[in-house]
Design a protein around this ligand. Structure first.
Ligand code: ADP
Ligand code: MG
Length: 351
């Protein structure tokens, strides 16, 4: 009798828990006004977070991560058999690659032109030499830097006439699309979700943010600019947007320290050393993430004057730069939108 009672009681408890769980899930959906799915994965050497609102959100989330894996498999420098790996290891022979890879290389070459080679997708040998973000990070000798610099020049990247093959004209040269591929990937996710009728989504590839539409209730997304001081979490400023991408390049995430000097992962091909432009973080706000990604790295490399001169010339592109003295400079279009959240920082008025 007692045993039976216990069994019935246990079944009842389990049933009640199931019902409560089901209700919570439903309530989650109702709260947002539509179904939603959210997931985080480690891909492209960073944490990727995607939140989708709309029908089939769960299924689309899986497809987004498959797409990202696919892009990484083609454009990673380190995955054996990727397009970039094969180009880098072909001893100067033409290599057939996917259209997408050609598209990203072409875009990278455009930015190499307009930054006069400060942004350079052939920076691979220098990036490998420093090894920043890997166990092998070290300060190379000046001789090593000289040799590596001799292998960096975007003009030695050749795309064949049909636009399906690539070769590198200098021995030992290496492509590295690390400064642009996350932007491309965010745009591709948006393309997929748009085609499936999704109007609201938040995509974040390790600080490379793209928002589709507004939030599910159609209010704008609130985006924060991360504190660029090392190990200081939190946002220093915020602004509201719909349908935009916000990409930041900084010296505070991938770096190592040696004899009191910090060496970070954006290498200036002009010197062979990490860029030292007085900028600690450069954010770009625009429509396409591939442009935002290339431009945030470019701005970081070019420095405040030349960098902002370039941004000012481009239509529909806004920027926020944080200087090493914690001054914040922004382009005109943001001036009545950016809200300062941290008093350690100050707004610099542009002349
Ligand atoms: P993150 O990848 O951390 O978001 P960026 O978009 O600024 O930051 O890209 C940095 C990466 O770009 C480096 O890890 C390296 O792979 C590559 N890179 C470094 N220096 C340059 C450069 N001068 N031009 C183009 N790419 C670069
Ligand atoms: Mg970039």
């Amino acid at each position: 009798m007692t045993k039976n009672f216990r069994t019935i009681f246990s079944i009842l408890v389990i049933l009640m828990l199931c019902i409560t769980f089901f209700r919570i899930r439903l309530q989650e959906n109702n709260l947002a006004g539509c179904p939603q799915a959210e997931g985080s994965f480690f891909l492209m050497n960073t944490i990727v977070q995607i939140r989708i609102y709309g029908d089939k959100a769960e299924e689309l989330l899986d497809r987004c991560f498959e797409l990202l894996q696919d892009i990484e498999n083609r454009m990673s420098k380190t995955i054996e058999g990727s397009d970039i790996y094969r180009i880098n290891n072909s001893q100067g022979e033409f290599v057939s690659v996917s259209n997408d890879t050609i598209q990203v290389i072409r875009k990278a070459l455009e930015y190499a032109e307009i930054t006069e080679g400060r942004f350079d997708p052939s920076v691979g040998v220098l990036v490998d030499l420093w090894g920043i973000g890997t166990e092998q990070a070290r300060v190379p000798s000046s001789e090593e830097i000289k040799v590596a610099r001799g292998r960096v020049n975007y003009r030695w990247i050749e795309i064949d006439e049909e636009g399906s093959k690539v070769r590198l004209l200098k021995e030992g040269m290496k492509l590295d699309l690390g400064a642009i591929v996350k932007g491309y990937a965010a745009d591709e996710i948006r393309k997929l979700l748009k085609a499936e009728g999704i109007r609201s989504a938040y995509i974040n590839l390790g600080g490379n943010v793209l928002v589709m539409g507004g939030k599910p209730d159609n209010t704008p997304w609130k985006i924060g600019i991360q504190d660029p001081r090392r190990d200081m979490p939190g946002a220093i400023a915020s602004f509201e947007v719909k349908d935009k991408t916000i990409v930041t390049s900084g010296n505070y995430e991938r770096y190592f320290e040696k004899d009191g000097i910090l060496y970070h992962h954006i290498i200036d091909p002009a010197t062979g050393y990490p860029a030292d432009s007085g900028i600690i973080s450069a954010s770009i706000i625009t429509d396409d993430s591939i442009d935002a990604d290339a431009l945030s790295t470019s701005l970081f490399l070019l420095g405040i004057d030349k960098g902002l001169q370039l941004i000012d010339k481009l239509d529909g592109v806004e920027a926020v730069v944080v200087k090493d003295d914690l001054g914040i400079i922004m382009t005109e279009g943001l001036q009545d939108k950016l809200i300062l959240l941290n008093d350690d920082f100050y707004i610099v008025t542009r002349k």
